[in-house]
Ligand binder design. Structure first.
Ligand SMILES: [Zn+2]
Length: 281
């Protein structure tokens, strides 16, 4: 038996280390901890500021000041049809649909009800960098610990890695039955366009993860046409989804164009949902 054999054996026999939180990681809980004044207007602009402490309000209320000091346009909702907003949404357009915090797939039955799928690229470029090299330089590896063999590469910016650690640590307290979702996974960072579009995938920014694709399921694999996606049988436990939502990640399984393996750090949408009276209770 060689040293390599012994090392392999040891890694199989040793229990997985828990994904203990990094020393400077204090995860925020967006579904119950973040407080807000409902009178602030516009509410979506206020939700963005609450979600991303690195951003500051611009002097005119029409812009946001990025972490590096640049200005981000913050125009309001345009009122277009969802399908028309996908390619060039304003920041306000991202809030046209309210992400549901309820454990239900009811709302996704409405064609093009995909809260979170409308993304203003300039906004995410400013939050996470606009090129692969710069994003890659800030990646952090987050192991799934007791949940499974997965190791997710996500950005350390905007607290994403810490928030993911927080969600996984919460799930590790009761990992029974979650292994299949975290052994074979789709992964985290991946600089690419969304298949069949010119739009940058949120995985490009290191702010999204895919758990097991087969168990998560994806609308395109059903052969359905865009806007005509039927119902599907969700296999992901609601407690997994809720732990991710608590920590600021929306779930693609609630979209009409469902992407059930996909979780994406969008705390502004969780806060906005709470502002509109949607709760996870
Ligand atoms: Zn994904």
């Amino acid at each position: 038996m060689t040293v390599a054999h012994i090392l392999v054996l040891a890694s199989v026999l040793l229990p997985c280390a828990g994904s203990a939180l990094a020393e400077d990681c204090v995860p925020r809980r967006f579904t119950d901890e973040i407080q807000f004044e409902v009178r602030e207007t516009p509410d979506w602009y206020h939700a963005v500021l609450l979600a991303y402490p690195d951003l500051r309000a611009g002097p005119d209320g029409q812009t946001l000041i990025a972490p590096e000091g640049g200005e981000i346009a913050a125009a309001g909702p345009t009122g277009r049809q969802p399908a028309a907003m996908l390619d060039d949404p304003t920041l306000g357009d991202q809030f046209t649909q309210v992400y549901p915090l309820t454990p239900s797939l009811e709302e996704r039955q409405t064609p093009f009800h995909d809260p979170g799928r409308i993304r203003n690229q300039n906004f995410f470029n400013a939050l996470y960098h606009d090129n692969a090299e710069a994003v890659r330089a800030e990646l952090v590896t987050v192991p799934a610990g007791a949940l499974g063999a997965a190791r997710f590469h996500v950005t350390g910016r905007q607290g994403v890695a810490c928030q993911l650690q927080g969600a996984l640590a919460q799930l590790e307290q009761d990992p029974v039955g979650l292994g299949p979702f975290f052994d074979e996974v789709g992964g985290g960072f991946n600089w690419r366009r969304i298949a069949g579009t010119d739009r940058l995938s949120p995985h490009s920014y290191g702010m999204a993860i895919d758990i097991n694709p087969q168990l998560g399921q994806y609308w395109k694999w059903t052969g359905a046409a865009e806007g005509r996606v039927g119902s599907y049988e969700n296999q992901i436990p609601w407690r997994l989804i809720e732990a991710m939502e608590d920590h600021g990640f929306i779930w693609g399984g609630k979209w009409h164009h469902f992407d059930g393996m996909h979780f994406e750090y969008r705390p502004e949408l969780i806060i906005f949902s709470r502002m509109h009276g949607d709760t996870s209770e």
